[in-house]
Design a protein around this ligand. Structure first.
Ligand SMILES: *Cc1c(COP(=O)(O)O)cnc(C)c1O
Length: 458
């Protein structure tokens, strides 16, 4: 399987190279040159999650891993998800199901991809003897998942930038309490978008990139998107492989893009619904055709508080029919504040994606009403998804809303809604007793580079 950049000017890579590099050297994002179609969809129901994962992922990894290596990685990764079904589907109302993606070690869906890619990095780096420095930007959940997955893995240092004061206490503690010497939490003065912009600065400095063996595990990394395709298959299989709608709380567009790839692989997904909070650039882009960045307004669903949605570039590339020149042009215009999506591409995007935006009050009200009607306690991100899904329910078409985090990860918002703080699962009960370790850093690429050079353990 060959991987090409959305901007068309980076080397074509195999899976392992695309995974280890993250962002393409031309600033673009890697996508498989062709999307494989999966046979035997009707035989997936009832298989263990790991088996479905192996079948879905296998065509994408090409010659990079043997079957035995891939199976071993999948088994080890998902053994750490504390639910036998890994991604259980729970019925909320007739025809409306919640896909619980929060039973992993850091209580958000990010564990599904991060646990797997840590295993794949380990295999690849042990084989080559190479060492890499992973740098990531996080609005909270990617960072905790990355630190948890990569702590103690050989040949890897991990630096995670998060916006100082803008992540929940559980998220912060998950990043600052692991004692492993190879993981480093960096509190940046600024927003998530600043962290993401500094990350891009590092990747675009090719000399620095080569010196430290820079690798990225943000959702710009194709391997993350790939791992997230799997649960669309398990969910649709358990609903009988009927045409199904999916509603996805969306920030960087990685999780929902995985749904779009699943559909291209032959899965009967009818509509993908983008659910956003008040930071609604994607909603505006899909309804008005204008992708314009504004100021981030901090919300009670902080993992979606972003204005530049990295993986949307992949959706645009697909909607523009693989025209890398057009994508380069759009991304240049984005540097000056935004761009207009062409009529043809907008129509293609609208056929695939519906969207909705949810206010803070509606989010709280959804947490309240779902609790009252079903007993299920939603995290604020999942509540944004459920609120949008409820506007799009259609008789006879099952709806699956992705529950992206555990409510205990966002206890303040949940308490505001229902007056009680959900308890952390037992395996994390000591989180508030452990000592924290972090470095404060300015929103400055040069400061970041010297810190990384100084702190690397390898
Ligand atoms: C990361 C995250 C999202 C957004 O997912 P994207 O793939 O960035 O669109 C939504 N909810 C939670 C809890 C998250 O951690």
């Amino acid at each position: 399987m060959r991987y090409v950049s959305t901007r068309g000017q980076a080397p074509v890579l195999d899976f392992e190279q695309a995974m280890l590099s993250g962002l393409a050297r031309d600033g673009g994002l890697y996508l498989p040159e062709t999307i494989p179609v999966i046979e035997g969809l009707d035989r997936l129901d009832g298989l263990p999650y790991e088996e479905v994962a192996f079948r879905v992922i296998r065509p994408f990894t090409g010659d990079s891993f043997t079957d035995a290596e891939l199976r071993g990685a999948v088994e080890r990764a998902y053994a750490r998800i504390a639910h036998d079904a890994r991604a259980p589907l729970v019925q909320l109302a007739p025809g409306h199901h919640l896909l619980e993606l929060f039973h992993g070690p850091t209580l958000a869906f990010k564990d599904f991809a991060m646990q797997l890619i840590a295993q794949l990095f380990q295999i690849a780096l042990t084989r080559s003897g190479d060492r890499v420095t992973i740098v990531g930007a996080t609005s909270g959940d990617t960072g905790s998942a990355a630190i948890e997955a990569f702590r103690g893995i050989d040949n890897v240092d991990v630096f995670i930038m998060y916006p100082h004061g803008r992540v929940s206490e559980v998220q912060r503690r998950q990043m600052t309490t692991p004692p492993a010497a190879n993981v480093h939490a960096l509190a940046v003065t600024g927003h998530f978008d600043d962290c993401q912009a500094r990350l891009k600065d590092l990747f675009n400095d090719h000399a620095f990139r080569d010196t430290v063996g820079l690798a990225g595990v943000n959702s710009i990394n194709w391997a993350r998107v790939m791992a997230q395709i799997v649960y669309y298959f398990t969910a649709t299989a358990s609903l009988g492989m009927r045409p199904t709608d999916f509603c996805v709380p969306t920030g960087n567009f990685g999780d929902i893009l995985a749904g779009s790839i699943a559909r291209r692989m032959g899965l009967p997904i009818r509509r993908l619904i983008v659910a956003t909070n008040q930071n609604d650039i994607l909603y505006r882009a899909l309804t008005q055709g204008e992708y314009r960045t504004g100021e981030v307004e901090p919300s009670i669903s902080p993992s979606m508080d972003i204005q530049v949605s990295s993986n949307f570039e992949r959706a645009l590339y697909l909607a523009y029919g693989g025209d890398a020149g057009a994508i380069r042009q759009l991304m240049d215009e984005l540097k000056a504040g935004g761009f207009t999506i062409s009529q043809g591409a907008l129509q293609t995007l609208r056929e695939e994606y519906a969207s909705g935006r949810v206010s803070e009050d509606e989010t709280l009200e959804t947490i309240r009403s779902v609790r009252a009607r079903t007993g299920e306690i939603l995290c604020p991100h999942s509540a944004v998804g459920v609120a949008v899904a409820e506007r799009h329910l259609e008789p006879g078409v099952p709806m699956v809303t992705l529950a992206t985090a555990h409510p205990a990860k966002f206890p303040d918002a949940v308490e505001r809604a229902i007056g009680l703080r959900p308890a952390l699962p037992p395996h994390m009960a000591d989180l508030f007793d452990l000592p924290e370790r972090m470095t404060r850093i300015e929103n400055d690429a040069e400061a970041l580079k010297s810190l990384i050079l100084d702190r690397r353990t390898i």
